[in-house]
Design a protein around this ligand. Structure first.
Ligand code: ATP
Ligand code: MG
Length: 380
């Protein structure tokens, strides 16, 4: 049987192979058993800066920075004893040396090839300068971001903590002044004093809330299994008086799941969401809140707190999560505007998201998406 194809086909094949080899985007350097370069492609010439005729016949160690050569010889001997296809120096920072002595980071794949003239090793080389630079830059940005976040957290904590004492004094002396010296003041003086003490009480509230907010950010998450039904029950018990007074109706359409979370933070989260629903109800109507839990994505829970209260303009749906951001008047509804900022912080610490939907006169809905398991902790 003859396999002869059209005349010249074998040569055509060879030519195609050669072209493919030359056009390969990786640098390819082939060495023989003694570690001498026997074949290179165009990309390798470009990478290392050698012309082909100088390249062929070089020792492979010529392509390695001098300080790394002894180790390279050892690795090569090990490889020749048990040759297999593999990536070289996984996880190590490999460096190559150009003709002009400059260095660059590389990634290398090694393939042993048995040829009629003996064992060859094909090295496929990628110059990772650009990638390494981008990775380093990203790492630096991440570290910087972490640092500036930590600075901010510390600042909020220290500031609110240290502001507390002098303010307490102002409030206390204001109170005393009113109690003991009120008769000495005329009506205008009393009015000023009243306004001053009101403001300092309000500022005390703001500072306490700021402190609460910064405590959440500094908190390290201990992950235990938390039954969200129990969390909601406890919150409803705590809010019992408010619920009784307003005749609020709170429904739970499904049983809530067990999730890995910080119990007290889940309590804070639910407390504020339920508290808001009780607070921002339609005038003259008892508050109504429906809590639902679904699982549109495996391993995650979607919680919805839908109320039928005064709602808000959809364009404020993001703003409500800002610290000290309030949409409704201080005189009508008490609060400092920190609750939802804390909620968002807690949800983010738990690798989840919280968003709001609102319609004036119809109601507000808060949608939480939380993982059942925290990343990095073993499944139960
Ligand atoms: N269920 C809701 N219905 C309508 N508006 C809401 C609702 N929840 C929050 N808001 C609006 O978002 C603002 C921010 O809410 P947040 O809970 O952060 O603050 P707060 O309740 O005013 O004060 P705090 O929670 O600190 O006591 C509220 O002041 C209110 O204007
Ligand atoms: Mg609130």
């Amino acid at each position: 049987m003859s396999h002869a194809g059209p005349p010249g086909s074998l040569n055509d094949h060879d030519e195609v192979f050669r072209l493919v080899f030359e056009a390969a985007p990786n640098g390819i350097v082939v060495i023989d058993e003694s570690g001498t370069v026997v074949l290179v492609n165009r990309q390798a010439e470009k990478m290392f800066g050698y012309e082909r005729q100088e390249f062929i016949g070089l020792r492979i160690e010529d392509l390695v920075p001098e300080r790394l050569r002894p180790a390279h010889v050892r690795h090569r001997e090990e490889f020749s004893q048990s040759p297999s296809q593999r990536a070289m120096g996984i996880g190590r920072d490999l460096r190559a040396r150009r003709k002009d002595g400059s260095e660059f980071p590389v990634e290398i794949g090694l393939t042993p090839v048995r040829s009629p003239t003996g064992m060859l090793v094909v090295s496929s080389i990628v110059d990772t300068t650009e990638r390494t630079r981008t990775e380093n830059e990203l790492r630096r940005y991440a570290a910087e971001l972490e640092r500036s976040n930590a600075d901010l957290r510390n600042f909020a904590h220290v500031a609110s903590h240290d502001l507390r004492e002098p303010l307490r004094k102002i409030t206390a002396f204001g109170d005393r002044l009113r109690k003991h010296c009120e008769e000495a003041l005329d009506e205008r003086g009393r009015d000023y004093l009243q306004r001053m003490t009101d403001a300092s009480h309000r500022m005390q509230g703001l500072i306490e809330d700021l402190l609460a907010f910064s405590r959440v950010s500094m908190h390290r998450l201990p992950a235990g299994d938390v039954d969200l039904n129990e969390v909601l029950d406890t919150v409803l018990e705590d809010l019992e008086i408010g619920i009784g007074e307003t005749g609020a109706v709170i429904e739970r359409t499904q049983s809530l799941p067990l999730i890995q979370a910080d119990r007290s933070q889940m309590g804070q989260l639910f407390q504020n969401l339920v508290g808001n629903a009780l607070k921002f109800h339609q005038p003259g109507q008892p508050p109504r809140l429906v809590v639902t839990a679904t699982s549109p994505t495996p391993g995650r829970v979607r919680l919805e707190f839908r109320d039928h209260g005064i709602g808000f303009e959809p364009r404020y749906a993001e703003r409500v999560f800002g610290i000290f951001q309030r949409l409704h008047g201080r005189n009508e509804y008490e609060g400092t505007g920190v609750g939802l900022a804390i909620c968002r912080k807690i949800v983010e610490l738990h690798h989840g998201t919280i968003t709001a939907l609102g319609e004036p006169g119809v109601g507000a809905t808060f949608v939480l998406d939380l993982p059942l398991q925290q990343p990095g902790s073993p499944a139960p």
